[in-house]
Design a binder for this molecule. Structure first.
Ligand code: HEM
Ligand SMILES: *[C@@H]1O[C@H](CO)[C@@H](O)[C@H](O)[C@H]1NC(C)=O
Ligand SMILES: *[C@@H]1O[C@H](CO)[C@@H](O)[C@H](O)[C@H]1NC(C)=O
Length: 318
Protein backbone atom coordinates (compact mmCIF):
# COMPACT_ATOMS: atom_id res chain seq x y z
CA UNK A 1 0.00 0.00 0.00
CA UNK A 2 1.30 3.43 -0.91
CA UNK A 3 2.04 5.82 1.94
CA UNK A 4 -0.58 8.29 0.72
CA UNK A 5 -3.38 5.72 0.66
CA UNK A 6 -2.27 4.36 4.03
CA UNK A 7 -2.49 7.90 5.35
CA UNK A 8 -5.94 8.30 3.79
CA UNK A 9 -7.01 5.05 5.43
CA UNK A 10 -5.83 6.14 8.87
CA UNK A 11 -7.50 9.53 8.45
CA UNK A 12 -10.75 7.87 7.43
CA UNK A 13 -10.53 5.52 10.41
CA UNK A 14 -9.95 8.42 12.81
CA UNK A 15 -12.91 10.30 11.35
CA UNK A 16 -15.12 7.23 11.78
CA UNK A 17 -13.91 6.73 15.36
CA UNK A 18 -14.36 10.38 16.29
CA UNK A 19 -17.76 10.88 14.78
CA UNK A 20 -19.29 7.48 15.43
CA UNK A 21 -22.75 8.14 16.77
CA UNK A 22 -24.07 11.66 17.07
CA UNK A 23 -23.30 11.88 20.78
CA UNK A 24 -19.53 11.98 20.45
CA UNK A 25 -19.36 15.46 21.90
CA UNK A 26 -21.21 14.86 25.15
CA UNK A 27 -19.02 14.72 28.23
CA UNK A 28 -19.75 14.17 31.92
CA UNK A 29 -17.46 17.10 32.80
CA UNK A 30 -19.07 19.52 30.34
CA UNK A 31 -20.00 22.07 33.05
CA UNK A 32 -17.01 21.46 35.34
CA UNK A 33 -15.55 24.93 34.72
CA UNK A 34 -18.48 26.80 33.14
CA UNK A 35 -20.98 25.96 35.89
CA UNK A 36 -19.46 23.84 38.66
CA UNK A 37 -22.66 23.89 40.72
CA UNK A 38 -24.86 22.63 37.86
CA UNK A 39 -25.25 19.07 39.16
CA UNK A 40 -25.74 20.05 42.81
CA UNK A 41 -28.29 22.70 41.87
CA UNK A 42 -30.40 20.20 39.92
CA UNK A 43 -30.11 17.62 42.68
CA UNK A 44 -31.18 20.04 45.41
CA UNK A 45 -34.28 21.13 43.51
CA UNK A 46 -35.26 17.58 42.52
CA UNK A 47 -34.76 16.44 46.13
CA UNK A 48 -37.08 19.20 47.37
CA UNK A 49 -39.72 18.46 44.73
CA UNK A 50 -39.68 14.72 45.43
CA UNK A 51 -39.78 15.32 49.20
CA UNK A 52 -42.99 17.24 48.58
CA UNK A 53 -44.48 14.63 46.24
CA UNK A 54 -42.83 11.28 45.55
CA UNK A 55 -44.66 10.89 42.26
CA UNK A 56 -42.69 13.83 40.87
CA UNK A 57 -39.67 11.51 40.54
CA UNK A 58 -41.70 9.35 38.16
CA UNK A 59 -42.97 12.37 36.27
CA UNK A 60 -39.46 13.77 35.75
CA UNK A 61 -38.19 10.41 34.53
CA UNK A 62 -41.00 10.21 31.99
CA UNK A 63 -40.43 13.80 30.90
CA UNK A 64 -36.92 12.84 29.78
CA UNK A 65 -38.23 9.83 27.83
CA UNK A 66 -40.84 11.94 26.06
CA UNK A 67 -38.22 14.57 25.23
CA UNK A 68 -35.69 12.10 23.82
CA UNK A 69 -38.06 10.10 21.59
CA UNK A 70 -39.06 13.18 19.62
CA UNK A 71 -36.11 14.34 17.52
CA UNK A 72 -33.66 13.63 20.32
CA UNK A 73 -33.02 14.92 23.84
CA UNK A 74 -33.25 18.59 22.99
CA UNK A 75 -35.76 20.06 25.44
CA UNK A 76 -38.36 20.30 22.67
CA UNK A 77 -41.13 18.98 24.94
CA UNK A 78 -40.72 21.99 27.22
CA UNK A 79 -41.67 24.61 24.63
CA UNK A 80 -45.09 26.20 25.13
CA UNK A 81 -47.57 26.53 22.35
CA UNK A 82 -48.08 30.13 21.24
CA UNK A 83 -50.27 31.69 18.58
CA UNK A 84 -47.39 31.25 16.12
CA UNK A 85 -45.73 28.12 17.45
CA UNK A 86 -47.03 24.57 17.83
CA UNK A 87 -45.20 22.58 20.47
CA UNK A 88 -45.45 18.98 21.68
CA UNK A 89 -47.42 19.50 24.88
CA UNK A 90 -50.79 18.82 23.26
CA UNK A 91 -49.69 15.56 21.62
CA UNK A 92 -51.84 12.59 22.65
CA UNK A 93 -49.18 10.95 24.85
CA UNK A 94 -48.32 14.29 26.54
CA UNK A 95 -51.58 16.18 27.03
CA UNK A 96 -53.04 16.04 30.54
CA UNK A 97 -50.36 13.49 31.29
CA UNK A 98 -46.77 14.76 31.26
CA UNK A 99 -45.86 16.56 34.48
CA UNK A 100 -42.85 18.27 35.99
CA UNK A 101 -42.55 21.38 33.82
CA UNK A 102 -42.61 23.65 36.89
CA UNK A 103 -39.75 21.75 38.53
CA UNK A 104 -37.63 22.24 35.42
CA UNK A 105 -38.53 25.97 35.46
CA UNK A 106 -37.38 26.25 39.08
CA UNK A 107 -34.08 24.57 38.31
CA UNK A 108 -33.58 26.70 35.21
CA UNK A 109 -34.12 29.98 37.05
CA UNK A 110 -31.66 28.96 39.78
CA UNK A 111 -29.07 28.03 37.19
CA UNK A 112 -29.61 31.25 35.27
CA UNK A 113 -28.90 33.07 38.54
CA UNK A 114 -25.56 31.33 39.09
CA UNK A 115 -24.32 30.73 35.53
CA UNK A 116 -26.44 32.57 33.04
CA UNK A 117 -26.93 31.06 29.59
CA UNK A 118 -24.78 28.01 30.27
CA UNK A 119 -26.81 24.94 31.28
CA UNK A 120 -29.30 23.71 28.68
CA UNK A 121 -32.85 22.69 29.46
CA UNK A 122 -32.20 19.35 27.75
CA UNK A 123 -29.34 18.63 30.18
CA UNK A 124 -31.42 19.74 33.17
CA UNK A 125 -34.11 17.22 32.21
CA UNK A 126 -31.51 14.48 31.75
CA UNK A 127 -29.87 15.10 35.13
CA UNK A 128 -33.26 15.42 36.87
CA UNK A 129 -34.28 12.01 35.51
CA UNK A 130 -31.15 10.39 36.97
CA UNK A 131 -31.54 12.15 40.32
CA UNK A 132 -35.20 11.08 40.46
CA UNK A 133 -34.32 7.41 40.02
CA UNK A 134 -31.66 7.64 42.72
CA UNK A 135 -34.04 9.36 45.17
CA UNK A 136 -36.54 6.49 44.94
CA UNK A 137 -33.85 3.87 45.55
CA UNK A 138 -32.77 3.05 42.01
CA UNK A 139 -29.31 2.88 40.46
CA UNK A 140 -27.09 5.85 39.74
CA UNK A 141 -24.95 6.55 36.69
CA UNK A 142 -22.76 9.26 35.25
CA UNK A 143 -24.69 11.55 32.92
CA UNK A 144 -23.00 12.66 29.68
CA UNK A 145 -23.67 16.41 29.25
CA UNK A 146 -23.46 19.15 26.67
CA UNK A 147 -26.83 18.82 24.95
CA UNK A 148 -28.21 22.05 23.55
CA UNK A 149 -31.83 23.11 23.22
CA UNK A 150 -33.92 22.99 20.09
CA UNK A 151 -35.52 26.01 18.51
CA UNK A 152 -38.19 23.71 17.06
CA UNK A 153 -40.66 21.09 18.22
CA UNK A 154 -42.80 18.54 16.42
CA UNK A 155 -46.34 17.73 17.42
CA UNK A 156 -46.67 15.13 14.68
CA UNK A 157 -43.42 13.37 15.64
CA UNK A 158 -44.54 13.32 19.30
CA UNK A 159 -47.76 11.66 18.18
CA UNK A 160 -46.01 9.11 15.99
CA UNK A 161 -42.83 8.27 17.98
CA UNK A 162 -44.11 7.90 21.53
CA UNK A 163 -45.35 4.34 22.00
CA UNK A 164 -49.01 3.77 22.82
CA UNK A 165 -50.14 1.73 25.85
CA UNK A 166 -52.10 -0.48 23.46
CA UNK A 167 -48.89 -1.52 21.67
CA UNK A 168 -47.97 -5.16 21.21
CA UNK A 169 -44.41 -6.46 21.54
CA UNK A 170 -43.36 -6.07 17.91
CA UNK A 171 -44.55 -2.45 17.89
CA UNK A 172 -42.61 -1.69 21.07
CA UNK A 173 -39.47 -3.28 19.69
CA UNK A 174 -39.73 -1.24 16.46
CA UNK A 175 -40.46 2.02 18.28
CA UNK A 176 -37.26 1.67 20.31
CA UNK A 177 -35.26 0.36 17.37
CA UNK A 178 -36.27 3.49 15.43
CA UNK A 179 -34.44 5.48 18.14
CA UNK A 180 -31.35 3.26 17.96
CA UNK A 181 -32.28 1.42 21.15
CA UNK A 182 -32.10 -2.36 21.45
CA UNK A 183 -34.81 -4.72 22.62
CA UNK A 184 -32.78 -5.16 25.81
CA UNK A 185 -32.76 -1.37 26.31
CA UNK A 186 -36.53 -1.38 25.76
CA UNK A 187 -37.15 -4.09 28.36
CA UNK A 188 -34.86 -2.41 30.90
CA UNK A 189 -36.30 1.08 30.30
CA UNK A 190 -39.83 -0.26 30.70
CA UNK A 191 -38.78 -1.04 34.27
CA UNK A 192 -39.35 2.70 34.83
CA UNK A 193 -42.95 1.61 35.32
CA UNK A 194 -41.88 0.40 38.75
CA UNK A 195 -42.81 3.96 39.83
CA UNK A 196 -45.58 6.40 38.98
CA UNK A 197 -49.22 6.39 38.05
CA UNK A 198 -51.40 5.95 35.01
CA UNK A 199 -54.88 7.20 34.19
CA UNK A 200 -57.86 4.91 33.83
CA UNK A 201 -58.25 5.92 30.19
CA UNK A 202 -54.95 4.25 29.24
CA UNK A 203 -55.62 0.89 30.92
CA UNK A 204 -59.43 0.52 30.80
CA UNK A 205 -59.45 -1.80 27.82
CA UNK A 206 -56.75 -3.91 29.47
CA UNK A 207 -58.63 -4.48 32.71
CA UNK A 208 -61.95 -5.07 30.96
CA UNK A 209 -60.92 -6.92 27.83
CA UNK A 210 -57.47 -8.48 28.06
CA UNK A 211 -57.27 -12.17 28.87
CA UNK A 212 -53.63 -12.28 29.96
CA UNK A 213 -54.48 -10.51 33.23
CA UNK A 214 -54.80 -11.82 36.79
CA UNK A 215 -58.54 -11.66 37.48
CA UNK A 216 -58.28 -10.54 41.10
CA UNK A 217 -55.92 -7.78 39.99
CA UNK A 218 -58.32 -6.68 37.24
CA UNK A 219 -61.21 -6.62 39.71
CA UNK A 220 -59.29 -4.51 42.22
CA UNK A 221 -58.22 -1.97 39.59
CA UNK A 222 -61.80 -1.72 38.27
CA UNK A 223 -62.87 -0.34 41.67
CA UNK A 224 -61.32 2.97 40.63
CA UNK A 225 -61.65 2.61 36.86
CA UNK A 226 -65.21 1.86 35.80
CA UNK A 227 -66.18 0.90 32.25
CA UNK A 228 -67.58 4.40 31.81
CA UNK A 229 -66.32 7.60 33.41
CA UNK A 230 -63.40 8.23 35.74
CA UNK A 231 -60.99 8.62 32.82
CA UNK A 232 -58.52 10.61 34.90
CA UNK A 233 -58.58 8.30 37.94
CA UNK A 234 -55.11 7.09 38.79
CA UNK A 235 -53.72 3.65 39.48
CA UNK A 236 -50.09 2.78 40.29
CA UNK A 237 -48.08 1.18 37.50
CA UNK A 238 -46.51 -1.08 40.15
CA UNK A 239 -49.24 -2.09 42.56
CA UNK A 240 -46.76 -3.36 45.16
CA UNK A 241 -44.21 -0.56 45.67
CA UNK A 242 -45.32 2.44 43.56
CA UNK A 243 -42.84 4.90 45.08
CA UNK A 244 -39.80 2.64 45.23
CA UNK A 245 -37.54 2.07 42.25
CA UNK A 246 -37.10 -1.71 42.41
CA UNK A 247 -37.64 -4.75 40.18
CA UNK A 248 -41.23 -5.41 41.27
CA UNK A 249 -42.47 -4.31 37.84
CA UNK A 250 -41.03 -7.51 36.35
CA UNK A 251 -42.39 -9.68 39.17
CA UNK A 252 -45.82 -8.20 38.47
CA UNK A 253 -45.53 -9.07 34.79
CA UNK A 254 -44.75 -12.69 35.66
CA UNK A 255 -47.98 -12.84 37.68
CA UNK A 256 -50.03 -11.14 34.91
CA UNK A 257 -50.33 -7.92 36.89
CA UNK A 258 -48.96 -5.48 34.37
CA UNK A 259 -51.22 -2.40 34.40
CA UNK A 260 -50.82 -1.45 30.73
CA UNK A 261 -51.45 -3.74 27.80
CA UNK A 262 -47.97 -2.69 26.61
CA UNK A 263 -46.44 -3.72 29.95
CA UNK A 264 -47.87 -7.23 29.81
CA UNK A 265 -46.75 -7.54 26.18
CA UNK A 266 -43.20 -7.96 27.53
CA UNK A 267 -44.24 -11.18 29.29
CA UNK A 268 -46.82 -12.85 27.13
CA UNK A 269 -45.17 -15.99 25.83
CA UNK A 270 -42.87 -14.12 23.45
CA UNK A 271 -39.17 -13.52 22.91
CA UNK A 272 -38.77 -11.10 25.83
CA UNK A 273 -40.15 -13.40 28.55
CA UNK A 274 -36.67 -14.66 29.44
CA UNK A 275 -35.27 -11.18 30.06
CA UNK A 276 -38.29 -10.24 32.18
CA UNK A 277 -37.65 -13.36 34.26
CA UNK A 278 -33.98 -12.41 34.63
CA UNK A 279 -34.82 -8.89 35.83
CA UNK A 280 -37.52 -10.23 38.18
CA UNK A 281 -35.01 -12.44 39.98
CA UNK A 282 -31.88 -10.33 39.63
CA UNK A 283 -32.30 -6.70 40.70
CA UNK A 284 -28.58 -6.02 40.28
CA UNK A 285 -28.70 -6.97 36.61
CA UNK A 286 -31.81 -4.84 36.13
CA UNK A 287 -30.21 -1.82 37.81
CA UNK A 288 -27.06 -2.12 35.75
CA UNK A 289 -28.94 -2.60 32.45
CA UNK A 290 -31.33 0.23 33.31
CA UNK A 291 -28.44 2.62 33.93
CA UNK A 292 -26.82 1.64 30.61
CA UNK A 293 -30.12 2.03 28.77
CA UNK A 294 -30.74 5.45 30.33
CA UNK A 295 -27.39 6.67 29.04
CA UNK A 296 -28.26 5.23 25.62
CA UNK A 297 -31.63 6.97 25.64
CA UNK A 298 -30.04 10.23 26.81
CA UNK A 299 -27.66 10.05 23.87
CA UNK A 300 -30.41 10.09 21.22
CA UNK A 301 -29.53 12.78 18.65
CA UNK A 302 -28.32 15.56 20.92
CA UNK A 303 -27.71 19.04 19.52
CA UNK A 304 -24.09 19.89 20.31
CA UNK A 305 -21.44 22.47 19.48
CA UNK A 306 -23.13 25.45 17.89
CA UNK A 307 -26.36 23.65 16.94
CA UNK A 308 -29.49 24.87 18.68
CA UNK A 309 -29.12 27.19 21.65
CA UNK A 310 -29.09 27.31 25.43
CA UNK A 311 -32.53 28.67 26.29
CA UNK A 312 -32.85 31.20 29.09
CA UNK A 313 -36.49 30.16 29.63
CA UNK A 314 -37.11 26.46 28.98
CA UNK A 315 -40.63 27.19 27.77
CA UNK A 316 -39.64 29.45 24.89
CA UNK A 317 -36.85 29.87 22.38
CA UNK A 318 -34.43 32.76 22.95
C1 HEM B 1 -42.31 0.89 26.37
C2 HEM B 1 -43.19 1.80 25.96
C3 HEM B 1 -43.91 2.69 26.92
C4 HEM B 1 -45.24 2.92 26.91
C5 HEM B 1 -46.27 2.36 25.95
C6 HEM B 1 -45.52 3.80 28.01
C7 HEM B 1 -46.76 4.30 28.33
C8 HEM B 1 -47.07 5.00 29.49
C9 HEM B 1 -48.39 5.43 29.85
C10 HEM B 1 -49.64 5.26 29.01
C11 HEM B 1 -48.29 6.02 31.07
C12 HEM B 1 -49.44 6.62 31.88
C13 HEM B 1 -49.67 8.05 31.41
C14 HEM B 1 -50.95 8.65 31.93
O1 HEM B 1 -51.91 7.92 32.17
O2 HEM B 1 -51.01 9.88 32.06
C15 HEM B 1 -46.91 5.96 31.47
C16 HEM B 1 -46.42 6.44 32.65
C17 HEM B 1 -45.08 6.46 32.97
N1 HEM B 1 -44.04 6.09 32.14
FE1 HEM B 1 -44.20 5.06 30.45
N2 HEM B 1 -44.35 4.08 28.66
C18 HEM B 1 -43.34 3.44 28.03
C19 HEM B 1 -42.00 3.51 28.32
C20 HEM B 1 -41.47 4.30 29.32
C21 HEM B 1 -40.08 4.62 29.48
C22 HEM B 1 -38.99 4.18 28.52
C23 HEM B 1 -39.97 5.38 30.62
C24 HEM B 1 -38.75 5.99 31.21
C25 HEM B 1 -37.54 5.48 31.10
C26 HEM B 1 -41.31 5.51 31.15
C27 HEM B 1 -41.61 6.14 32.33
C28 HEM B 1 -42.89 6.30 32.82
C29 HEM B 1 -43.17 6.76 34.16
C30 HEM B 1 -42.14 7.00 35.24
C31 HEM B 1 -44.56 6.89 34.25
C32 HEM B 1 -45.37 7.43 35.43
C33 HEM B 1 -45.39 8.96 35.31
C34 HEM B 1 -46.10 9.71 36.41
O3 HEM B 1 -46.56 9.12 37.39
O4 HEM B 1 -46.21 10.94 36.27
N3 HEM B 1 -42.19 4.88 30.33
N4 HEM B 1 -46.19 5.35 30.48
C1 LIG C 1 -64.09 -4.47 24.99
O1 LIG C 1 -64.24 -5.10 23.73
C2 LIG C 1 -65.54 -4.96 23.19
C3 LIG C 1 -65.62 -5.82 21.95
O2 LIG C 1 -64.54 -5.54 21.10
C4 LIG C 1 -65.81 -3.48 22.93
O3 LIG C 1 -67.10 -3.30 22.41
C5 LIG C 1 -65.70 -2.72 24.24
O4 LIG C 1 -65.83 -1.34 24.01
C6 LIG C 1 -64.35 -2.99 24.89
N1 LIG C 1 -64.34 -2.40 26.21
C7 LIG C 1 -63.34 -1.63 26.64
C8 LIG C 1 -63.49 -1.07 28.00
O5 LIG C 1 -62.37 -1.39 25.96
C1 LIG D 1 -46.11 28.57 29.36
O1 LIG D 1 -47.37 28.05 29.76
C2 LIG D 1 -47.56 28.01 31.18
C3 LIG D 1 -48.84 27.25 31.45
O2 LIG D 1 -49.86 27.67 30.61
C4 LIG D 1 -47.56 29.42 31.73
O3 LIG D 1 -47.73 29.40 33.13
C5 LIG D 1 -46.22 30.08 31.39
O4 LIG D 1 -46.22 31.41 31.81
C6 LIG D 1 -45.95 29.99 29.90
N1 LIG D 1 -44.59 30.48 29.68
C7 LIG D 1 -44.22 31.10 28.57
C8 LIG D 1 -42.83 31.56 28.49
O5 LIG D 1 -44.98 31.25 27.63
Amino acid sequence: MKTTSLFACITALLIILCFRGSNGQLSSTFYATSCPSALSTVKAAVTAAVAKEKRMAASLLRLHFHDCFVNGCDGSILLNDTSTFTGEKTAGPNANSVRGYEVIDTIKSRLEAVCSGVVSCADIVTIAARDSVVLLGGPTWTVPLGRRDSTTASLSTANSNLPSPSSDLSTLISAFQAQGLSTKDMIALSGAHTIGQARCTVFRSRIFNDTNIDSAFATSVKANCPSNGGDANLSPLDLVTPTVFDNNYYKNLRSKKGLLHSDQALFNGGSTDAMVTTYSTNPTTFFSDFATAMVNMGNISPLTGTSGEVRTDCRKTN
